[in-house]
Design a protein around this ligand. Structure first.
Ligand code: SF4
Ligand code: SF4
Length: 416
């Protein structure tokens, strides 16, 4: 049997990808991505924060040959992950971004990619082929657009008219020639700016330009060290990631749920019990979350995030747990606990802080204690009102209202 033609190989890959559960498949030529200059400008502005894996490999993003030598074609694949709807967290519970409710998606998607790699090798050997998900220096969103999968919305994510944005992107690179799909030429955000207006930490510096250093996803997952003071209240109930700019997007109203069983939510992730986190030692944390995306920030990062959320919830019930954490956790977690106790600000919480100030030795935590105690000394004795959970109805900012009537939108094809 000879080598398949470009048409035959493209068709075989597409069929197999759809059979594996990818919901959309697009094929693009291996070229310098259109957004490369924008990406370099974004890096130069410092918007990547501590994500040094982007800056360290900046040059490699200029062409996919740095991911696969001799590459000619990229197959871009969309794997939906929407499952159940988010539950309203009660006090002592925190919200986890939808993509992280199940086991780490890299495993599932990589397994599917391996099957596609095998197929191409069977059909077209000798050939070069490699599957990547997230970890290679590749502007996947640019290639998704070039492959006709959708446009990059003002929230920076790829939006597909059928799938919305609740999907992972994966890419198969090969040195084989394939038949390319027409690119997505036109965006369909129209005059909508729901995502920009709804962002709790004002992380968008312009439509389609995200300052990651302000983004809750970055702050709770990628950032090592303390969360900047001025952004802590913006976290609200988000203990891992944030979905706000997707939840408000009208293109996600009718996004399908995934048939992939491996993305089914694990028990206790939607929402997550925050006080239980403090009971886990490193080994316990690894056992419970080692196979999930929560392993990325690790135990220290998750305790830091949990403390901030408990502070935002003014959760009196958390005071004894935060007090214990002050005795045994590292400075990053202690700093967050001090802030949280200052937010809770009951007489018990303030007493814990005053006692801890006598023994704290770390300069950052000492400074936080000083700030909190000074703030409280300048305030009336009444603690702030306890937090009550917001009902979990889909957020509908005014911009969306006007879209649903078509009054504020150039694009008349909004999903209803
Ligand atoms: S994920 Fe959340 S914090 Fe980040 S840009 Fe979107 S809405 Fe803002
Ligand atoms: S919320 Fe509106 S502006 Fe933002 S990505 Fe969705 S359609 Fe575009």
């Amino acid at each position: 049997m000879g080598k398949p033609s470009a048409e035959e190989l493209t068709r075989a890959i597409r069929q197999k990808a759809l059979a594996l559960g990818f919901a959309a498949v697009g094929v693009a030529p291996a070229v310098t991505p259109q957004g490369i200059s924008r990406f370099y400008r974004w890096l130069a502005q410092g918007y990547a924060g501590q994500m040094h894996y982007l800056t360290d490999r900046a040059e490699a993003y200029a062409h996919p040959r740095f991911v696969l030598q001799g590459v000619r074609s990229l197959v871009v694949l969309a794997q939906p992950y929407r499952t159940q709807e988010p539950q309203t967290p009660k006090p002592t519970q925190g919200r986890v971004s939808r993509y992280a409710w199940g086991v780490d998606y890299h495993r599932t998607v990589r397994r599917k990619l391996r099957q596609l790699v095998r197929l191409v090798k069977q059909l077209a050997d000798p050939c070069q082929v490699r599957g990547v998900v997230d970890t290679a220096p590749l502007l996947e969103r640019d290639f998704a657009q070039l492959a006709g999968l959708g446009w990059q919305g003002k929230n920076t994510l790829v939006l597909n008219r059928q799938l919305g944005s609740w999907f992972f992107l994966a890419v198969l690179l090969t040195d084989q020639e394939l038949i390319y799909d027409p690119p997505t030429e036109k965006g369909h955000c129209g005059t909508c700016r729901a995502c920009l207006d709804a962002c709790p930490t004002q992380a968008f510096v312009a439509p389609g330009v995200l300052d990651s250093r302000r983004c809750i996803s970055y702050l709770t997952i990628e950032l090592r060290g303390p969360i900047p003071r001025e952004l802590r209240s913006g976290l609200g109930q988000w203990v891992f990631g944030c979905d706000v700019c997707q939840e408000v997007c009208p293109w996600n109203r009718k996004a399908p749920t995934t048939p992939e069983p491996e993305f089914a939510p694990l028990p206790g992730m939607n929402p997550l019990e925050l006080l239980e986190l403090f009971e886990l030692n490193e080994e316990g944390f690894r056992r419970r979350f080692g196979h999930t995306p929560l392993a990325r920030p690790g135990r220290e990062g998750m305790l830091r995030n949990a403390a901030v959320v408990l502070g935002n919830q003014r959760c009196e019930e958390a005071v004894p747990v935060l007090a214990q954490a002050l005795k045994r956790e590292g400075p990053v977690v202690r700093e967050a606990c001090v802030w949280a106790l200052g937010q809770i600000a009951t007489s018990e919480a303030l007493q814990v802080l005053r006692q801890h100030a006598l023994v704290e030795t770390h300069p950052r935590v000492q400074a936080e204690l000083q700030t909190v105690l000074n703030e409280k000394a300048g305030q009336r004795a009444d603690p702030p009102a306890p937090w009550t959970p917001e009902p979990m109805t889909e957020p509908v900012p005014r911009a969306i209202d006007s879209h649903s009537t078509g009054a504020n939108c150039e694009d008349k094809s909004w999903p209803n």
